[in-house]
Write a protein that binds this ligand. Structure first.
Ligand code: GYE
Length: 317
């Protein structure tokens, strides 16, 4: 018996659509991720979290390390467009200068997810969502801790993060909000150590060599790596870090907990780098065309030296 024509076309359509959905489901999601670099313990932990989560989910991850240079990030983003990835995610080294490349990505129809750091753009449709910490709040927490510890009296040296980066701008802002309420606290030195241990050490050495170095009673470092570098500089200058100079920094990496347990660092404000799971939840939703919030926060706390020994075994980064 002849198969009726209509039934045949139904069968074919069924087979075709089954085939199409099979191959779509088989093809792993491809994601281009442009990372800033490997400047700090925080960044290394962040990269590990992103790579591990992508591997766990079977994502085809194209990962590029920009060695802290915006031009390298822009090149990587363009190569992701050329490769036709499904979603582009990146952690922008600085806040400005992204509009042209973001427009190119938008014209290519690829959604963008910002990870860790924000950008300043006039058109909010240039990215879908941003997952990251509240850096202003972290700066406030560091300032509030220091105000409490010193009774609101401190002559402060500040090691600033990468110039123009969201965490450097926002952490300074939050910290200075607290200073504005505490007239006995003032910043007398402030310079960038680019979020690295080596530059944190160099800049602290220069601070300590200046004629008015003796008045410094506290150090605010925008990240732990710079604080750890500064601790070395302080020791080499014959002073006791954590005692002669009270030190507060941000991130909460293992090295900071070790330094606190040794009495050389006084406080670290947590900034959680393990955003891989939350990031890929977002990416999966964005790829599936689902609605996501424009801003997703990462959870974190504040730890001081009295908690260091108990918390140390729990630290994964
Ligand atoms: O605090 C610092 C890193 O953007 C939150 O970048 C991140 C910062 C982090 O180099 O250690």
């Amino acid at each position: 018996m002849k198969t009726p024509k209509l039934l045949l076309s139904f069968l074919c359509a069924g087979l075709l659509s089954a085939g199409a959905s099979l191959s779509a489901a088989d093809k792993p999601l491809s994601v281009g991720f442009s990372q800033i670099g490997a400047e700090s313990g925080w960044r290394t932990a962040n990269t590990d979290s992103i790579k591990a989560e992508a591997a766990k989910r079977g994502i085809d991850l194209k990962f590029a390390d920009a060695q802290q240079k915006q031009e390298n990030q822009i090149k990587a983003l363009r190569s992701f467009i050329a490769q036709g990835v499904d979603v582009i995610a990146f952690s922008p080294v600085v806040e400005t200068g992204w509009e042209p490349v973001l427009k190119e990505i938008k014209s290519a129809g690829i959604p963008v997810v910002l990870s860790d750091r924000a950008v300043k753009v006039s058109d909010p449709s240039l990215f879908v969502t941003f997952i990251g910490s509240d850096f202003v709040e972290e700066g406030r927490r560091a300032g509030e801790w220091l105000a409490k510890k010193t009774g609101g009296k401190a002559v402060i040296a500040e090691l600033v993060g990468t110039p123009g980066s969201a965490p450097a701008i926002d952490r300074k802002k939050g910290f200075e909000e607290v200073l504005a309420k505490n007239p006995g606290m003032k910043i007398v030195k402030s310079q960038s150590g680019n979020f690295t241990r080596a530059e944190g050490k160099q800049v602290m050495e220069a601070f300590l060599k200046s004629p008015d170095a003796k008045q410094i009673t506290a150090l605010f470092a925008h990240n732990d790596d710079m604080a750890l570098g500064a601790i070395q500089a302080i020791e080499e200058a014959g002073l006791k870090p954590g005692k002669d100079i009270i030190i507060v920094s941000i991130d909460g990496v293992k090295g900071a907990f070790e330094a606190m347990a040794a009495g050389k660092l006084n406080c670290t404000v947590e900034c959680n780098p393990q955003i891989g799971p939350q990031l890929f939840d977002l990416i999966a939703k964005v790829a599936a065309g689902q609605k996501v919030p424009a801003r997703v926060a990462v959870q974190e706390g504040v730890f001081d030296e009295t908690q260091a020994a108990a918390e140390l075994p729990n630290r994964k980064y």
